[in-house]
Write a protein of this length. Structure first.
Length: 453
């Protein structure tokens, strides 16, 4: 046996050269049969030629859209759509030209797979760009990109049908219906449901924003009732969108009864805090204990309620911070609502004067005068200054006054009152004491001292 022949045989066995050669020959044969044909050349030539009329009619189409639609549409979504169509005028003209070419080739009895693939890819590109230009949302742009392009590519290469069939085969059995027939849900049903749900959810968000703007303009509704209606709207519309999506795909919700026990267990164990906050939010709005624009004190921090969401209440402090307090906390721990029933609240400003002060009634009058001089202090009820006791270093008073706008701050108005009190006391020579200690040294007893040896 020859050594070279033995070496070739070993390489052939290791590298599978025969199979590689057969595969390359098959690929070349497929290219020769399907690509290097007159029909493919005609289609590719027409696709390239379609660029000429698209480039010619595209700018004219853009000018017509700008001239006829932009001036008539209101600012917002309509004008953005018109602007998007004008930007995509050349791709749209190319899409129309390719569609006409496909119809012409089809009427002549010529195959059109390559033209159809180009139309599918162009259609996907136009849809993605429209969503990007009109909606102006990174999330929906990514969703459109990752959905439209794969579908268009599968359709262009003729693989969309087999993929859909395979998705139909991947089904999860759910039991049987009342007639005893097996019921299952396929991957294709899930994808269709998600597709329609995403579209309906986007539409419901637009409807929700429009209705919320209308509700906020109705002055006859109280702030708590407006917040309750908006919260119900935000909960009901997504559920309705999901039910409509199930109805569109023809899915029977009764088949999900087998999962009701597992869902109940999951809600009871893993989602109990979320459900508790959700229910507490509706309870707070229903009993009107807290409403938007109320002034709340929690853990020594003041803030006014800016919004009441499904899970939390947003409080904006005087420092510009946003506190997100879970709804459940208002139900279990309780907070101070400074403006629940009446916006007029009373503040305290304790102070003390020296024991050398003779006329304490004058001190009370000066304190009341300082409080009344503050701009935000109301005249009725009038400020009151009470003597509260005789402390170790001072005679103590408590100045009490009322304000009508706690949302504008508590510390600032108290500071203004104390500043005015300081000026009046010093103008009348009244001393405000501070803690001090007197040290008295007693003299040593008279007598001889003993020397220590």
């Amino acid at each position: 046996m020859n050594t070279d022949d033995a070496n070739v045989s070993v390489l052939d066995k290791v590298l599978l050269l025969d199979r590689v050669k057969d595969g390359l020959n098959a690929v070349l044969a497929w290219i020769d049969l399907h690509l290097l044909t007159i029909d493919v050349g005609i289609q590719l030539g027409l696709i390239v030629a379609a660029l000429v009329p698209a480039a010619f009619f595209g700018p004219r189409l853009a000018a017509a859209v700008q001239r006829r639609l932009s001036a008539r549409l209101s600012p917002g979504l309509g004008q953005r759509a018109a602007q998007a169509f004008s930007i995509l005028a050349i791709p749209i003209a190319l899409y129309i030209t390719l569609t006409v070419i496909r119809l012409a080739l089809g009427s002549a009895g010529r195959p059109t797979p390559w033209v159809g693939g180009a139309i599918s890819l162009m259609n996907a590109w136009i849809v993605v760009r429209l969503i990007t230009l009109v909606i102006q949302s990174d999330f929906w742009s990514r969703v459109a990109f990752y959905l439209a392009w794969p579908i268009a590519a599968l359709d262009a290469f003729g693989a969309l049908g087999p993929v859909v069939e395979q998705m139909h085969r991947l089904a999860l059995p759910l039991g049987s219906n009342q007639a005893g027939q097996p019921v299952s849900i396929s991957l294709f049903d899930v994808v269709r449901t998600l597709f329609f749900f995403v579209i309906l959810l986007w539409g419901s968000s637009l409807v929700s924003r429009v209705v919320q703007q209308r509700i906020e303009r109705v002055e006859e509704l109280s702030p708590s009732l407006r917040a309750l209606l908006i919260k119900l709207l935000n909960v009901v519309l997504p559920i309705v969108a999901l039910l409509i999506a199930f109805h569109i795909v023809g899915f029977n919700l009764a088949t999900l009864a087998v999962f009701s026990g597992a869902m109940g267990l999951g809600i009871g164990l893993g989602l109990q805090r979320i459900v508790a906050n959700f229910i507490a939010g509706f309870t707070l709005l229903a009993d009107k204990s807290i409403k938007p624009s109320d002034v709340i004190e929690i853990d020594g921090k003041f803030g006014w309620v800016t919004s009441m969401q499904a899970r939390y209440v947003a409080l904006r402090t005087r420092d510009g911070m946003e506190l997100l307090v879970p709804n459940e906390r208002f139900m279990t721990e309780g907070v101070i609502n400074w403006s629940r029933s009446d916006e007029v609240v009373r503040l305290h400003a304790p102070f003390g004067v020296s024991y050398r002060t003779k006329d304490l009634r004058q001190v009370q009058a000066l304190a009341r005068e300082a409080a009344s001089a503050a701009a935000r202090v109301v005249a009725h009820p009038a400020p009151v200054c009470n003597l509260t006791g005789f402390a170790e270093s001072s005679v103590t008073f408590d100045l009490r006054f009322w304000i009508r706008d706690p949302a504008n701050g508590i510390s600032n108005v108290r500071s203004e009152v104390l500043m005015g009190l300081w000026e009046r006391l010093h103008a009348h020579g009244i001393e405000i004491p501070y803690p001090q200690r007197d040290l008295h040294l007693k003299s040593w007893p008279a007598g001889p001292t003993k020397e220590v040896s």
